[in-house]
Write a protein that binds this ligand. Sequence first.
Ligand code: TYM
Length: 341
Amino acid sequence: MDNVTEQKKIMLSGIKPTGDLTLGSYLGAIKNWAERAEQFDCYYFMADLHALTTRNKPADLRRRTLEQLAQYIACGLDPQKNTLFLQSDVHEHAELGWILNCYTMFGELSRMTQFKDKSSKNADNINGGLFTYPALMAADILLYQPDYVPVGEDQKQHVELTRDIAQRFNNLYGETFKVPEPWIPKVGARVMDLLDPLSKMSKSDEVGNGRICLMDDPADILRKFKRAVTDSDNGDGCVRYDPENKPGVANLMQIYSACTGRTYSEIEAEFVHSGYGVFKPAVGEAVVETLRPIREEANRIISDKAYIQGIYADGAKKASYIAGKTLRKVYKKIGLVEKPF
Ligand code: TYM
C-alpha cells in the first residue's frame, strides 16, 4: 500500500490562521493546490502554531482555524483526495522544529525579509518564535518528504532556507530529507493591496479596504475594486501591463488574468477602447463570480461541525503516521536513545 502512495510526487503547504483568507491567499496558494490533487499526494494544514508568533484572541484563533479548513474545502480541496489537518494536532512539527533550530544559523534567520518586515511592524512583540519561525516551517515541510511546496512569492525565501537546512542535515548524517522545490504560480504569486499596490495584500492588516477576503459579500468587493488605485502619476489612462510604471493597473490585470484565464495581451485588447472606469468594475465582477461559489460552500460547510471535526481528525491520523516515520529516523541519526515503548 505504501508503494502506491510513494509513486506519486508529494506536495505540501500551509497557511497561518492569523486573519481572514484573502484573494492573495487564494490566487497565490490555494487555487494552485486544488488543481493538483489527482497528480500528487497532497498535504495541507492550518499553521496554527505559526499563528502564535503574533497575538491573537484565543477564541478568534480557534474560529479562524476551523473557518480556514472550511474555506480550503470550499476552494476545491477535496478531503478524500488531500490530507487536511491542523498543525498542532501533529506533535512531530513542534519536535522536529526544535531539532532544526539547532541546525539553523543565527545569520540565516537574521537575513529573512519576513522577519525584518514583521519585526518592524510589531516593534512591541519581537518574540523568539518570530525569529526562529523558519526552522518550524522547515520542520513542517521536511517531515513529509515533499517534492514541491506551492507558495506565493513571499514564502520563497523560507523554502530556500528549508532546502539549505535539509542539505546541511543530509551532509552531516547521510540522506534523511528530500530537498524540496518551491512551486510559485506564474500568475497570482504576489497579489498587491488595492489601495497600496507596492505592498502585498495581507490577511493580517487592520483595515480592510485594500484587500479582498474570500468571505466578502459581492457589494463590498465591487466597491473596493471601484476605489482601487490605478495610475499614481499622470498616467495615460490605458490598460497596459507595465508593473514598474503602473503597479496598480498591473495588479488589477494580474487578478483579472488569474480569475478569467485571459493573457495580458488579451486583456489589453479587451479594454483598448475603454478606460479604468470600465476596467475596474470588470475586474470586480470577475472576482465576485470567482468567489461566489467558494463563499456559499464555505458557509454551508462551517455550519456542519461534526463533518469538519471528522476531516481534521482523519487528516491528523494520516499526517502523524508519515511525520512519525521521519521523526524516528531523525532521532536515530542524531543520537537520541530509541524509545523502549
Ligand atoms: P501565509 O499564511 O502568510 O500565506 C499563505 C500562503 O498564501 C500566499 N500569499 C500570497 N500569495 C500571493 N499574493 C499575496 N498577497 C499573498 N499573501 C499570502 C503565501 O505565499 C503562502 O503561500 N509561513 C507560511 C505558512 C507556512 C507554510 C509552512 C507554508 C507555515 N509552514 C510550510 C508552506 C510550507 C505563511 O506565513 O504563509
